[in-house]
Design a protein around this ligand. Structure first.
Ligand SMILES: Cc1ncc(COP(=O)(O)O)c(C=O)c1O
Length: 299
């Protein structure tokens, strides 16, 4: 990341970062922003609260179909290139190039959501897009996965052209405590954050491996995907079974969504049956029981 300290803006969670950039884009008379489908539904809500339309950008096995951006008539695109949320695929090298080519237009903006980049297990970290075009890419990181979502601590690295507008909006809505920021700075500066991430990565990796092994043994029909990074996996289910599995999971006390939950409201692509399983949440003492309950509800 090309992170000049003067262009780093702390915000109370990634979502506030999106809201700030959305308000700045709205002030520039933007009206339409592309969002991945499947993707995080809250992003579409943040955009529409800012008066922008969230337009479907379909995702396939190579990540967001960025070749469609020209036809979508959007000013900006919100993407998760390192680990697409929720499918877990990385954006392919040719699409990374395509996305940057598209963004290079005078008013083009990419919001790069790097929500779980600290947790990559099977290969080298995926480089940030922002470093390749800091004038058009907003980089967004968060402590929600690496520390805790309740902290509401996140950071953006902004293109120079968006700085003034975003700070003007943030000045009106500032909710990001300085004590929390200083504590995080101390945590990073002392090396303790790095040690924490290394040990958390090992713990989550063990959980992921246990999940994969349990499903291979207990539900061989189910394919586990998207697991090279992050704290969630996508469990591909036999066609037509997603609603009943989600319902059975709820009866077992498991808080899980099917992939349908993450589809764009006007999605045009074929739905896939799958469960999105966050394996980072249960405390250690509850993990084995949660995994057992999950295996019971799988076909
Ligand atoms: C795709 C995605 N982006 C970003 C975030 C972080 O959001 P926030 O920093 O607002 O908690 C999450 C959730 O942790 C997420 O799933």
């Amino acid at each position: 990341v090309d992170a000049d300290p003067n262009r780093i803006v702390l915000c109370s969670g990634y979502r506030q970062g999106v809201a700030l950039v959305a308000a700045a884009l709205r002030d520039r008379d933007a009206t339409r922003v592309a969002v991945e489908s499947p993707g995080q539904p809250e992003v579409s809500e943040m955009l529409s609260q800012a008066g922008l339309s969230a337009v479907e950008l379909p995702v396939d096995a190579d990540g967001a179909q960025v070749g469609r951006l020209d036809d979508l008539d959007v000013t900006a695109a919100v993407v998760t290139p390192a680990h697409q949320f929720p499918t877990g695929v990385p954006l392919s090298p040719s699409r990374r190039v395509g996305l940057l080519d598209w963004a290079a237009r005078p008013d083009g903006v990419v919001l790069e959501d790097d929500y779980d980049g600290e947790f990559r297990y099977d290969r080298q970290p995926v480089g940030a897009l922002q470093g390749l075009d800091p004038d058009h890419v907003v980089y967004l990181g968060t402590a929600s996965k690496s520390l805790a979502p309740g902290l509401r601590l996140a950071w953006m690295v902004l293109p120079p052209s968006l700085m003034e507008e975003c700070l003007a909006v943030k000045g009106l809505a500032d909710t990001c405590g300085v004590l929390d920021q200083l504590t995080l700075a101390e945590f990073i500066g002392s090396g303790a954050y790095d040690r924490h991430v290394r040990s958390a990565r090992l713990r989550y990796r063990r959980r992921r491996d246990a999940l994969v092994a349990a499903i291979a043994a207990r539900a061989p029909e189910v394919r586990v995907t998207g697991i090279a990074a992050g704290l969630h996996a996508v469990l591909r289910l036999p066609p037509g079974t997603e609603p009943s599995v989600v319902q059975a999971a709820a009866w077992q006390g498991l808080a899980l969504h099917g992939l349908a939950f993450y589809r764009h409201a006007q999605a045009t692509t074929e739905p896939l049956d799958a469960l999105v399983v966050g394996y980072g949440t249960p405390p250690d003492h509850a993990w084995a029981g949660a995994l057992e309950a999950l295996c019971r509800v799988l076909p």
